[in-house]
Design a protein around this ligand. Structure first.
Ligand code: ADP
Ligand code: MG
Length: 617
């Protein structure tokens, strides 16, 4: 939160600086500086738009200068040919650009990232070609000229008034963008970019949120395009081209992708450079220089100026963070407090033995390897069900099938009385929540944002409400932040809330994943080897937590190789070996099963017996 506030104030300071340009230079040069500063404002907006798609949602778009041109052409045509006022052509052109962007995204989002870049490039070339050949409408190679500045009461705005209007509109647009980025939407964009399958497991529908990100980004590019055409007074096909887009990419990469301040700093720097060399260097050499700057940035400062500064700052501030005193196992993750914060229902008396989840004949192969050979599994509500078996016996694969992460080759799965949904995010929305065996945190997001990502499905934030910071949407975000901080406090991580999740010690990363999963208010929680890497005190705390969660009505499927942990807390245990179920029953029954003992037979039978026979509480 503080980091965001700081970032917003930086943007205001930097933009204020650019806004002052026309006033600090001698009045003879004023007109030039008004024009120059106006173009900087437009470019900052366009670069920020590109950053939503590229930096936040990870969609490498080559089409932004083309989208910008679509809006510029649309507004120019509406104003010069049909006499529409700017105030109507602006929303109309932005709407059209958004539709074009959405259409483009709908047709290409399923493609991989590389193809996305190539297809958007093809799209940009298409737009440019269309502008060249559709002469009656676009003016062909010469483009459209004499596009007037907006007028008010019949008189066109003075250059200085339009300059102020440009900065006002760009400022409001960037404010809206910042609101979206610091909300459920921005978190979903970043989550998808960083780890799509983990985002889906939290209930974020990847395609839907990529589409939102791209359409929003196109809309912002549209605003920039309209502002530009009424400033420059003309539009020509080159504007849609890749050359024109170069300054944009240099700005975004140099400043830092995926930061709000990055594009502002990058564009200020890049346009300053362009201005300095414009009188001394030939146009072709300017492009070359920009290409070189971009290459050097990628090599030397892959996170850009702001990204690098931020990393330095985080590292610096981490060193001064005091580590928390160890919490006692009683205090640690108190289940009652969790229930209060998350709002689990009162424990319902579980009267039914109808399985909450039921799988029949699950078969799953990877190439020639049959990982599951017809497994049946029933999970009774309100129980902790253990799933054990040697390494490679198919436990994680089964979890993948149960959560629509894998599509099984054969078999049927029913959850809560209905067939299992086919998409991961739908499974999550139905309350079936999984914690991956390999930590799936969003490493570059803060610890707090990771928990907030777990609240995705419960958030009531709407897009336009968030954009405009309507009270209900602001309150929702505040409520979620408070709850997330309370949860972190319970796990003794409150002082690490602002750290990137990747900087937590391994044990805390695992705990954070459990907390993030609990934030989703699951009905069935699947934990894949959660105790790996935890010290014995933490394992004890986790065991206590799971028992208490079961008592408040949660159903848990626990995959574990730590036998005393499994045998100590499970109501039922299923044993897999080489993709088949070899035993099932109470922990005591399973431990006595000769086949199970054989499966665990390492070097000697005694060792296997030792591994399995642990004191059962
Ligand atoms: P467990 O979780 O019980 O240790 P897994 O379900 O991870 O076992 O793996 C079962 C078998 O399937 C192993 O032989 C493993 O190598 C193989 N396997 C798992 N996932 C994949 C995959 N994505 N591609 C190919 N083989 C896989
Ligand atoms: Mg596994």
């Amino acid at each position: 939160m503080i980091a965001h506030l700081r970032e917003r104030s930086w943007i205001i300071v930097l933009c204020g600086f650019a806004l002052l340009f026309p006033f600090i230079f001698p009045s003879a040069e004023r007109n030039f500086w008004i024009y120059y500063s106006s173009t900087v404002g437009v470019t900052i907006l366009l670069a920020s738009a590109l950053n939503v798609s590229l930096g936040y949602a990870g969609l490498f778009s080559m089409a932004h200068s083309a989208l910008y041109a679509v809006a510029a052409y649309a507004s120019a045509i509406l104003v010069t040919r049909t006499g529409w006022p700017f105030w109507l052509s602006l929303p109309a052109a932005v709407l059209l650009t958004t539709l074009v962007g959405t259409l483009m995204a709908v047709t290409t989002l399923r493609a991989s990232n590389l193809y996305f870049a190539v297809i958007t490039l093809a799209f940009a070339l298409l737009i440019q070609e269309l502008a060249r050949v559709w002469t009656p409408i676009t003016g062909g190679l010469f483009g459209l000229h004499s596009v007037p500045r907006p007028s008010l009461d019949g008189a066109p705005l003075s250059p200085i008034a339009y300059f102020l209007l440009i900065w006002l509109i760009a400022g409001v647009a960037i404010w809206g963008l910042a609101n979206i980025i610091n909300s459920r939407y921005g978190r979903a964009f970043r989550a998808i970019k960083l780890r799509e399958e983990a985002a889906a497991a939290l209930g974020v529908a990847p395609l839907q949120y990529k589409l939102i990100a791209f359409s929003f980004s196109a809309a912002l590019a549209g605003v920039a395009g309209v502002l530009f055409v009424h400033l420059a007074g003309f539009i020509a096909p080159e504007i849609a081209g890749i050359d024109a887009g170069l300054l944009l990419f240099v700005g975004v990469f140099l400043g830092g992708v995926g930061t709000l301040t990055g594009p502002v700093v990058g564009v200020l720097f890049a346009s300053g450079l362009q201005l300095t060399i414009s009188n001394t260097l030939d146009a072709a050499y300017q492009q070359l220089l920009f290409g070189a700057v971009m290459l050097l940035t990628m090599l030397l400062l892959p996170a850009g100026m702001i990204g690098t500064l931020r990393m330095w700052w985080t590292r610096h501030s981490t060193r001064t963070t005091t580590s928390p005193e160890t919490l006692s196992t009683e205090q640690f993750l108190d289940a009652e407090a969790i229930r209060r914060i998350i709002g689990f229902d009162q424990p319902a008396a579980i009267t039914t033995h109808t399985p909450l989840l039921s799988a029949r004949g699950i078969v799953k192969s990877f190439g020639g390897l049959q990982a599951l050979r017809g497994v049946d599994l029933d999970i009774v509500p309100g129980t902790i069900h253990g799933l054990i078996g040697p390494n490679g016996s198919g436990k994680s694969t089964l979890v993948g099938c149960l959560t629509a992460y894998h599509r099984c080759d054969q078999g049927a799965i029913h959850y809560a009385g209905a067939p299992l949904p086919s998409q991961m995010h739908q499974v999550a929305a139905a309350g079936l929540v999984r914690v991956f065996q390999i930590p799936h945190l969003f490493g570059e997001m803060s610890v707090l944002e990771n928990v907030l990502a777990g609240f995705h499905l419960r958030s009531r934030q709407r897009f336009f409400g968030t954009l405009l910071q309507l009270p209900a949407d602001r309150r929702d975000e505040q409520t979620l932040r408070r709850a997330a901080l309370e949860l972190l406090a319970l796990a003794g991580m409150a002082d690490k809330a602002q750290l990137p999740a990747s900087q937590l010690p391994h044990g805390q990363q695992r705990m954070l994943e459990v907390i993030r999963a609990l934030a989703m208010r699951p009905r069935l929680l699947i934990l894949d080897e959660p105790a790996t890497g935890l010290v014995s005190q933490e394992i004890q705390a986790l065991a206590n937590l799971l028992l208490r969660l079961r008592d408040i009505g949660l159903t848990i499927l626990l995959i574990e190789h730590n036998m005393s942990f499994v045998m100590g807390i499970c109501d039922r245990v299923t044993v897999l070996e080489e993709g088949s179920k070899i035993a099932e029953g109470s922990p005591q029954e399973v431990q006595r099963d000769p086949e199970v003992i054989l499966a665990y037979l390492g070097e000697s039978a005694e060792q296997a017996h030792l591994n399995l026979s642990v004191p059962v509480k």
